[in-house]
Design a protein around this ligand. Structure first.
Ligand code: NDP
Length: 402
């Protein structure tokens, strides 16, 4: 039995992980689950799974969780506060940690799992974008195994030869082709983007995901974050990563080798495939995902992304080239701007405008240690909030949809 801790269990990736684990109770044992403040959903998960540990980062919600559970899960220890997530990442009973917290909030627990030598199933791309060099060094120093959960990076991982170390490109790898659905506004004229609503941005054409990543897909920032992620995970330069818009979301990414071979991974757009792959690797287990029928899939199309229309992608490409603390500031500004968009304080093009204004003010130098990362993150957030507050009087950016 392999012990698993699922951090972010109430989210989209977290729930998909529990779905896969439920199909393999003879193989995996759910040791711990954790979330931020959704006491009702975590309580339901505790009662269904009776894990040894459950935690909420939000202390007030943790009180609510205790009340909801009462005496009905006597074997579950309930923890509270942001530090509890790191504690769960370090549990000796959990050989495998699913890092599925969204945003910078997942950084410390992801790093803790990497330092503890776990099998780290990495969905929380923001931790890699922020502290990539530290995370990759921690994985290689501790002997942890990092298996990416992002469907594109999981696809690339599947197309690499066995035994590749995190952060080191295998000999003969020429390029990676990173596919993107293009999001819900792929075919929307640029002039119409100022009027799009959060509801429209959240309605992804092929994937069902959490709110933040759905907006990132709509702006193509998600593909930009994934470009940075790919460079760090596979030891590539940004020039070695070509982004292809592939509306069908069936080819999840491709790897091109020196001999002209291109290997691809295909599957239905369902996160349970990469999750099951990462849990069982190098073995294969049932994921519950519908099998592909290529005769019914129709045409598979590929085209170049429009970086003039989707400025967030251009900004992330610049951050990938600059490296150091630049991606940290970009990521922080993006998190704040996406939240403002979802709360109708900023319109859709305003997301890129805020990020651009924040990174233009400078992004610091190289990453020395975690303190540098946290300081750059705080600075990026403060600048983004300041910028959004300044724009509040500007109807053109405030959001025609409000
Ligand atoms: P969701 O928004 O659906 O879920 C986020 C999870 O993180 C919830 O469990 C939430 O808890 C928890 N969380 C949020 N803030 C905190 C915090 N401060 N402390 C502790 N826990 C917190 O996100 P997704 O599942 O969509 O995405 C998770 C990560 O996986 C992201 O980094 C995303 O980019 C990545 N990813 C997601 C994919 C998908 O298909 N969804 C695909 C590829 C990557 P609560 O419910 O209590 O708020």
């Amino acid at each position: 039995m392999i012990g698993v801790a699922v951090l972010g269990s109430t989210g989209s990736v977290g729930e998909n992980t529990l779905d896969v684990l439920a199909r393999h109770r003879e193989r995996f044992h759910l040791v711990a689950i954790a979330a931020n403040s959704n006491a009702a959903k975590l309580a339901r998960q505790v009662l269904a799974w009776q894990p040894a540990y459950a935690a909420l980062a939000d202390e007030t919600a943790a009180g609510e969780l205790r009340a909801l559970i009462g005496e009905r899960a006597p074997g579950t220890r309930l923890l509270a506060g942001p530090g509890a997530l790191e504690e769960l990442a370090l549990l000796p009973e959990a050989e495998c940690v699913m890092a599925a917290i969204v945003g910078a909030a997942g950084l410390r627990s992801t790093l803790a799992a990497a330092r503890a030598g776990k099998r780290l199933l990495l969905a929380n791309k923001e931790s890699l974008v922020m502290a990539g060099p530290l995370l990759v060094a921690a994985v290689n120093a501790s002997g942890a195994l990092l298996v990416p959960i992002d469907s594109e990076h999981n696809a690339i991982f599947q197309c690499l030869p066995p035994g590749v170390r995190t952060g080191i490109a295998p000999p003969g790898l020429r390029r990676v082709l990173l596919t993107a659905s293009g999001g819900p506004f792929r075919d929307t004229p640029a002039e119409a983007l100022a009027a799009v609503t959060p509801e429209a941005a959240l309605a992804h054409p092929t994937w069902v995901m959490g709110r933040k990543i759905s907006v990132d897909c709509a702006t193509l920032m998600n593909k930009g974050l994934e470009l940075i992620e790919a460079c760090l995970l596979f030891g590539l330069t940004p020039q070695q990563v070509q982004i292809l818009v592939h509306p069908q979301s069936i080819v999840h990414s491709l790897v091109e080798y020196a001999d002209g071979s291109v290997l691809a991974q295909l599957s239905a757009p369902d996160m349970r495939t990469p999750i099951a792959h990462a849990l069982a690797w190098p073995e294969r287990i049932d994921s519950g995902v519908e099998f592909l029928d290529l005769l019914k899939s129709g045409r598979l199309e590929f085209r170049a992304p429009d970086t003039d229309k989707f400025r967030c992608l251009a900004l992330a490409q610049a951050a990938a080239r600059a490296g150091g603390l630049h991606p940290v500031v970009l990521n922080a500004a993006n998190e704040v701007a996406v939240e403002a968009f979802l709360e109708r304080r900023l319109n859709f093009p305003g997301i890129a405008a805020v990020i651009e204004a924040v990174v233009e003010r400078g992004t610091g130098g190289a990453i020395g240690d975690l303190e540098d990362v946290l300081a750059a993150d705080a600075e990026g957030r403060a600048r983004a909030r300041e910028r959004i507050a300044r724009l509040a009087g500007n109807a053109a950016v405030r959001g025609a949809h409000a």
